[in-house]
Write a protein that binds this ligand. Structure first.
Ligand code: C2O
Ligand code: CU
Length: 492
């Protein structure tokens, strides 16, 4: 049985063409597409509800959701469209919506207190922005995200290319990981010290599109574009497609030179997306498992690909799979300004700092002491020696607008961290001093323990932008900061 078809409720989701006629002039600065966009209107209602995450004999789970479904409805528009999303908050606490990976104007970025007043219970807020890049994105609250995302608030946002690559099926899998009790109730131990100091709230129940997956039906010879979105608070996935050879065509929504991964594993840190071209090369009637191998000795079968008795066609297609580039400003490395960012803290943090001390350069001087002082102050994770306590803070980096910036990041911790920047996509240019093969555009880059990663981008979107670890427990325990891109354009 094919399980991952959109739920019927998604069809009732409002797309108003009439809204396009009522074009308003909005005081929105930043990135705009040139042509007059058609406005697509959607409504999201944030509320407590029920969802069947696990099959019988488990009961339904109390969740928080958008429009009553987990994940929330798939918002799907065309590249260059303008989105208007009216968010109604029926929770009894404040919320916001962040459009992860979308280069929105700052005021639409959904960061509580920093870019907007949070949406109070019973109130609505209207987000409006242009779909400047085509690709696979997602939305989630930025308010108390450990709890709100952890209870089920997230949904996919798909921006279709004007001319998408040809496939037989375009499938979205939103992956999540829940910590459930034996009676399928969400464990309420959010924000406990152990999760925060270690690898975050890793759960015990993995879902695809809000369900513990049963078999996924496929047909021999079929070509699927599989859009993977990791919406988990903390779980990292490393998917092994066994005999299949998935080709990566986009990372974090941004096109990349089509390639297969070196070790055959498709890795997604929290918040990351990967678009794959998956040719169904298995034999009729076969069952082929997809295995998640990220955590050593904790491999498990995510889902089975179940081949129908009848193939769709013999052999596979050689339709082109390269996606057209998005309109991102190309970094000029020769003229780049360089900034050092060191992450530290967490369990065993002092040990790693001591061990890496010599290789971290100037920026680390004095940081060890400051970290040790702050360890007693409540923060557990630090960005350049500072642990954030909320979203409102002085920017720790000022980025000249219109200028290329290289952020040289050092993960001086014993843990992985998916580091996310708002408002921009960046090229990942090196890892541990080695140039990356594809200079991939990303908005969230997974750093291994002790790894050094350099990213580069043009600061072309003015505003105060969050820069944080997307393991939500790390973020809540201090691992975030703010970059400021001033309104005034300057060049050096
Ligand atoms: Cu997906 Cu700052 O967020
Ligand atoms: Cu982290």
């Amino acid at each position: 049985m094919a399980l991952y078809l959109p739920a019927p409720t998604r069809r009732t989701f409002l797309t108003s063409a009439a809204a396009a006629a009522a074009s308003m002039v909005l005081p929105v600065s930043g990135l705009r597409t040139a042509r007059a966009a058609s406005v697509k209107e959607f409504r999201l209602r944030t509320a407590p509800g029920k969802a069947r995450l696990a099959p019988e004999p488990y009961g339904e789970t109390s969740v928080w959701s958008y429009n009553g479904t987990v994940p929330g409805p798939e918002i799907r528009v065309r590249h260059g469209d303008r989105l208007r999303v009216i968010v109604e908050n029926a929770l009894d606490e404040e919320t916001t919506v962040h459009w992860h990976g979308v280069r929105t104007p700052n005021a639409m970025d959904g960061v509580p207190h920093l870019t907007q007043v949070p949406v109070a219970p019973g109130e609505t807020f209207t987000y409006e922005f242009d779909a400047v890049d085509a690709g696979t994105f997602w939305y989630h609250p930025h308010q108390s995200s450990t709890v709100q995302v952890g209870r089920g608030l997230y949904g996919p946002l798909i921006i279709e290319e004007a001319e998408p690559v040809r496939v037989d099926r375009d499938v979205t899998w939103v992956l999540d990981d829940w910590r459930l009790t034996k009676s399928a109730v969400i464990s309420d131990d959010f924000g406990n010290r152990h999760d925060m100091m270690h690898n975050g709230r890793v759960g015990n129940t993995v879902t695809i599109n809000g369900r513990v997956p049963e078999d996924f039906s496929v047909r021999g010879g079929e070509r699927i574009r599989l859009r993977l979105i990791n919406a988990a608070n903390a779980r990292i996935f490393a998917l092994d497609f066994i005999d299949h050879e998935p080709v990566v065509i986009a990372i974090d929504g941004q096109p990349v030179t089509p390639h297969t991964s070196k070790d055959g594993l498709v890795v997604l840190g929290p918040a990351m997306r990967v678009d794959l071209i998956l040719d169904m090369t298995g034999a009729p009637g076969n069952q082929v498992a997809i295995i998640d191998r990220f955590y050593e000795r904790l491999e498990y079968r995510l889902v089975n690909l179940a081949y129908a008795a009848e193939p769709l066609r013999d052999g596979t297609q050689d339709w082109p799979i390269e996606l057209p580039a998005n309109p991102l400003a190309e970094p000029d490395l020769g003229a780049a300004v360089r900034h050092e960012v060191i992450f530290n803290g967490g369990m065993m943090g002092q040990m790693v700092m001591a061990e890496m001390g010599g290789s971290m350069g100037d920026a680390s001087r004095g940081m060890m002491g400051s970290m040790m002082n702050m360890m007693t102050g409540g923060g557990m994770w630090f960005v350049n020696g500072k642990a954030a306590t909320g979203h409102v803070m002085e920017p720790f980096l000022m980025l000249k607008r219109g200028q290329t910036h290289v952020i040289a990041m050092t993960n001086a911790t014993a843990w992985h961290h998916p580091i996310h920047l708002h408002g921009h996509s960046f090229r990942v240019i090196s890892r541990d001093g080695q140039p990356t093969a594809h200079r991939e555009w990303q908005d969230t880059v997974l750093m291994a323990p002790r790894e050094k990663v350099e990213i580069a981008f043009v600061a072309d979107n003015p505003g105060d932008w969050m820069f944080h670890c997307h393991i939500l427990e790390h973020q809540a325990a201090g691992m975030m900061g703010v970059f400021r891109v001033p309104e005034k354009e300057e060049r050096t």
